[in-house]
Design a protein around this ligand. Structure first.
Ligand code: SF4
Ligand code: SF4
Length: 315
C-alpha cells in the first residue's frame, strides 16, 4: 500500500491552506510546448527572452527530476473584495491615482506560497521519506498553467488564465514534480463557450486571438516587465492601470459569479491601498520605495518603472 494516497495528499494540501489540488501524469507535453514555440516565434514574449530558454525542460519534466512520475498542481485563491476609488466614484472625484492589479495589493505571493509549500512538502516527506519533489511558484522552466489544466484544476480561458468552476481565476498556481505515482485527475472541459467578453474588453487588443495574448500589447507586461518608454500608440488606452491590469479577469462571468473571498489576510491591500497616487510616486525616493514595497510584488517594476507609468498615465 502506498503511504501517500490522493486522499491523504489532498487533505493535507487543504490543511496547509491550498484551495485546489490535482494530479497529472508526468508525461511529455509536446503539443503544448509546440504551441508555446509558435507563440515565441511570433515575438509575443516581447523582451522576456528568458522564456525561450530550457524548452526541453518545459516539454519533459524528467529533464528536471529524472525520477518524475507525477505533477501535483496546487492553487491558492487571492480574491479580496476591495474596490478602486475610481470605480466607486466613477472617476469623478478621485485624486489622480493609478490602479494596481489585484494580485499585488498585499504581500508578495511568492513569499506566502513558498512558506506553505515548504511546510507541505516537509510533512509529505515525513510520511514518505522516499518522496522526491521539486517545486515551482511562477518561476523556472515549468508550464504551470498547462499542468494545472492537466491536473483538472480548471481550463485555460480565452484570456489565458486558468479558470476553476467553483472559484474562478483569481488564483496563484504552484507546481510540484514528484517521483510518486498517484491516480490522475480528470481534465475539465473548456467552459468559455461562445463568450468573448475578455477579448472585447481588452483596451489594447492584446488578446490577439482566442487563447493568445501578445505581451507587447498587454498592459500587464508593459507596466511591469518592459523597460524603456511606453509606446505612444497606447496613450489614453490604459484605463488608469499603473501596475498590471485585471480587465480581462474582471469581466469574466466565472469571476463575477464565483469569486470568493480568500482567507489569506496577507492578500488584503496593504494600508487599504488598491491604487497609487500619482504625486506620491513622482515624489518618492529610492529609499522610500524600497521600504514601502519591500515585501510587495510592486517592487518588480522598480521605482523607475512606476514613475514612467505615472508620467504616461497623467502627465
Ligand atoms: S491584462 Fe489587460 S491588457 Fe492584458 S490581455 Fe488582459 S485586459 Fe488585455
Ligand atoms: S471572459 Fe469569457 S471567454 Fe474570456 S475567459 Fe472568461 S469565460 Fe472565457
Amino acid at each position: 500500500m502506498p503511504k501517500l494516497t490522493n486522499q491523504i495528499v489532498t487533505e493535507l494540501a487543504k490543511e496547509f491552506g491550498f484551495n485546489l489540488i490535482g494530479f497529472a501524469k508526468a508525461e511529455l507535453i509536446t503539443d503544448e510546448v509546440n504551441k508555446f514555440e509558435q507563440w515565441l516565434g511570433k515575438g509575443h514574449q516581447a523582451s522576456m527572452s528568458y522564456l525561450e530558454n530550457n524548452l526541453h525542460k518545459r516539454k519533459d519534466v524528467k529533464e528536471i527530476l529524472p525520477t518524475a512520475k507525477s505533477v501535483i498542481s496546487l492553487a491558492l485563491n487571492y480574491y479580496t473584495d476591495y474596490e478602486y476609488s475610481k470605480d466607486k466614484d466613477k472617476g469623478k472625484t478621485c485624486l489622480p491615482a493609478g490602479k494596481v492589479s489585484r494580485y499585488a495589493w498585499g504581500k508578495d505571493y511568492h513569499l506566502i506560497i513558498w512558506d506553505m509549500l515548504s511546510e507541505f512538502e516537509l510533512k509529505l516527506k515525513e510520511l514518505e521519506p522516499e518522496l522526491e519533489t521539486i517545486s515551482y511558484v511562477d518561476t523556472g522552466p515549468v508550464m504551470d498553467k498547462v499542468w494545472a489544466v492537466k491536473a483538472g484544476l480548471g481550463w485555460m480561458g480565452k484570456h489565458t488564465n486558468v479558470i476553476n468552476k467553483e472559484i474562478g481565476s483569481w488564483i496563484f498556481l504552484a507546481t510540484i514534480i514528484t517521483n510518486y505515482e498517484f491516480d490522475y485527475s480528470e481534465i475539465i472541459t473548456d467552459h468559455c463557450g461562445t463568450c468573448t467578453a475578455c477579448i472585447e474588453a481588452c483596451p489594447t487588443n492584446a488578446i490577439v486571438d482566442e487563447y493568445i495574448v501578445d505581451s507587447n500589447k498587454c498592459i500587464s507586461y508593459v507596466t511591469i516587465e518592459s523597460k524603456g518608454e511606453i509606446n505612444p500608440e497606447f496613450k489614453g488606452k490604459f484605463d488608469y492601470w499603473i501596475f498590471g491590469c485585471d480587465i480581462c479577469q474582471d469581466v469574466c462571468p466565472w469571476n463575477i459569479k464565483f469569486a470568493e473571498q480568500t482567507f489569506v489576510k496577507d492578500f488584503n491591500p496593504t494600508d487599504g491601498e488598491t491604487e497609487i497616487e500619482l504625486q506620491k510616486i513622482l515624489e518618492m525616493s529610492e529609499v522610500e520605495f524600497k521600504e514601502k514595497y519591500a515585501v510587495s510584488p510592486i517592487k518588480r517594476a522598480k521605482l523607475k518603472g512606476l514613475k514612467r507609468n505615472a508620467r504616461f498615465l497623467f502627465v
